[in-house]
Design a protein around this ligand. Structure first.
Ligand code: SF4
Length: 204
């Protein structure tokens, strides 16, 4: 059964889907795999937070990229105050992700080794009003945990799961990341972006 169908089935029995624990219990009631808990929780939260995320201008959205996406053996990035400083060498997808984000206007982009740096960034920049929404790339359990923590700070999160999780050389769907970054942008906004296509289609 697809995740959407599982969510629909849970909704049809009136299950409480507001917390990870409630989802885990509901899954066991319909004899579905409880390991789907985090995935379902994150998908539900992505939908629930989308409208709030849209209201935040891109300059006030943070992007958190996990360091496990780096090409560990060949990455020339140095580690700075706010995580790895990518040189866009092209040896992993992070360079492309950052380049696209910068074109759109994102100012807060972090390649983080873990939750402690995310916490440091949020602790500094949320009270100053510099960050009001977040886009995170991680494995399902980390995304679920981030959702719980950011809800407390009232920071709407859009989460993109890794296609291959692990500690090194993980994988992500770059197009899905770009789509998430562009949430809330109008067709006209997108048309203003510098394009790598020499013959872009006209915007209706
Ligand atoms: S694109 Fe950036 S993060 Fe990836 S290997 Fe190159 S410098 Fe490192």
């Amino acid at each position: 059964m697809s995740i959407e169908n599982t969510i629909a089935k849970l909704a049809s029995i009136g299950a409480d889907l507001s917390t990870r624990n409630a989802i885990r219990i509901a899954l066991s009631l319909i004899s579905e795999d409880e390991e789907l808990t985090d995935q379902i929780y994150v998908e539900i939260k992505n939908k629930a937070h989308k409208e709030e995320f849209i209201k935040v201008p891109v300059e006030e959205r943070a992007i958190f990229i996990p360091q496990c996406l780096r090409n560990v053996k060949e990455c020339p990035a140095e580690f700075g105050e706010y995580g790895w400083e990518c040189t866009k060498c092209g040896k992993c997808p992070i360079g492309e992700i950052i380049e696209h984000a910068e074109k759109i206007g994102y100012k807060h982009i972090y390649i983080v080794p873990g939750g402690s740096l995310v916490k440091k960034v949020l602790k500094e920049k949320v009270p100053r009003g510099e960050i009001k929404a977040a886009l995170g790339i991680a494995c399902w359990p980390e995304l679920a945990e981030a959702n719980e923590k950011l809800s407390i700070l009232k920071i709407p999160l859009q989460a993109v799961p890794l296609l291959r999780a692990g500690c090194i050389n993980t994988l992500v769907d770059v197009e899905r990341v770009k789509e998430a970054m562009e949430i809330g942008l109008t067709k006209k906004d997108k048309a203003k972006l510098p394009s790598s296509d020499p013959n872009p289609a006209p915007v209706p």
